[in-house]
Design a protein around this ligand. Structure first.
Ligand SMILES: NC(=O)c1ccc[n+]([C@@H]2O[C@H](COP(=O)([O-])OP(=O)(O)OC[C@H]3O[C@@H](n4cnc5c(N)ncnc54)[C@H](OP(=O)(O)O)[C@@H]3O)[C@@H](O)[C@H]2O)c1
Length: 326
């Protein structure tokens, strides 16, 4: 089968190679999936460099999530051959076949194709866990979403809108504003640069935001501590800026807000019933047509480099989807 293998860690993707390799045997308890589509996430890029918190030993097959059909499974796995599933296991998704634990898979919501299924899973479960599960998002609240053009950022905008929030989408790239607007119809799109609190204050009549969802970190996090209302939540999602911010603890005390650490995958592993409830809630919204993932481009896996480089250069608005058999 064709698979995208990381042979060695590198900062320029030179250690990554599309290879022909033997098909995987189904591991005990796993589900063997024929991958129809797989989506790129920021951690996939970080893992090629050894910069992610999870550091698989090289060589490994890249790809933390995919969608496809079940080929082979145990009768008690909850799945049957032919089922359309989505999910993953941190690595192994960028291949024609993947042996994946049943607990990491769920059914593709009705009405979504394989590309949408692959693009939905991690982004929407991250958004749902951060906004709803950990921050108690309510209709009518105001949410500021940073890195709004990203997979997770667009999912957070789309989900918050669907749940009746007022959404301020924030991007660091001025040229992306129209595309973000078209992808998820937020209430406003702002350029998050310098002292963006003044823009946020103007858009909220001085009330600021109930929730700030931050996949970027660094200077964006620093200024975001000035954008959360009393009783609000500042959700730490990631550090795409490359800098992990530090905060003086008197700031959340004086301003009366909470800093919420998000680890969506780990949350679902530690609390499997909550993980299942989150997946069910997302599926229901998707099947009702109230949310749908934004896909920037779909590429054959042979053009993997184009997708990885576009992500590294911060060019994307939405997800990159690879098709291993195209
Ligand atoms: N905590 C969790 O449970 C969890 C789960 C999944 C992912 N994550 C994290 O969430 C973050 C986003 O992941 P993703 O898959 O959505 O990535 P992505 O699609 O590449 O989106 C990241 C966005 O961050 C913004 N950004 C700001 N500075 C950047 C820089 N120097 N380089 C690249 N992008 C930059 C960009 O948005 P603009 O150009 O619009 O500003 C970009 O679109 C990552 O840090 C990832 O590790 C966390």
């Amino acid at each position: 089968m064709k698979a995208l293998r990381v042979n060695a860690l590198s900062d320029d993707l030179s250690g990554v190679e599309l290879v022909d390799m033997p098909s995987p045997e189904r591991a005990p308890g796993d589900v063997l999936v024929r991958v129809r589509a797989a989506s790129l996430n920021f951690p996939d890029l970080l893992m090629t460099r050894g910069d992610y918190q999870f550091k698989p030993e090289v060589p490994f097959i890249s790809g933390l999530e995919c969608a496809g059909e079940v080929i082979e499974t145990d009768p008690d796995s909850g799945f049957a051959p032919g089922d359309r599933v989505m999910g993953g296991n941190k690595t192994g998704a960028f291949a024609e076949l993947a042996s994946l634990p049943a607990r990491g898979l769920s059914r593709i919501p009705a009405g979504l194709d394989y590309a949408q299924g692959a693009a939905m899973g991690a982004a929407y479960s991250t958004a749902y866990t951060g906004l709803v599960e950990l921050s108690g998002l309510q209709a009518g609240q105001t949410v500021l979403v940073h890195g709004a053009s990203g997979g997770v950022g667009l999912a957070a905008c789309d989900l918050a809108k669907a749940l009746g929030a007022k959404v301020i989408a924030a991007t660091g790239v001025v040229d992306k504003r129209d595309a973000i607007d078209a992808a998820c119809s937020p209430d406003s799109v702002i350029l998050a640069e310098g002292r963006f609190r003044e823009q946020v204050a103007r858009l909220t009549d001085g009330r600021l935001c109930d929730i700030v969802f931050d996949p970027v970190g660094g200077d964006i996090f620093d200024e975001s501590t000035r954008c959360v209302s009393f009783g609000g939540k500042l959700v730490v999602v990631g550090f795409t800026s490359g800098r992990i911010a530090e905060v003086a603890t008197n700031i959340p005390l004086i301003k009366g807000f909470s800093i919420v650490g998000l680890r969506a995958g780990e949350y679902a592993r530690r609390f499997p019933e909550r993980g299942a409830a989150i997946n069910a809630a997302i599926a229901q919204l998707a099947e009702a047509g109230r949310i749908s993932p934004a896909i920037d481009r779909t590429l054959p896996l042979s053009r993997w480099r184009e997708g990885f480089e576009a992500m590294a250069r911060r060019e994307l608005v939405g997800k990159v989807v690879f098709e291993p058999s195209a």
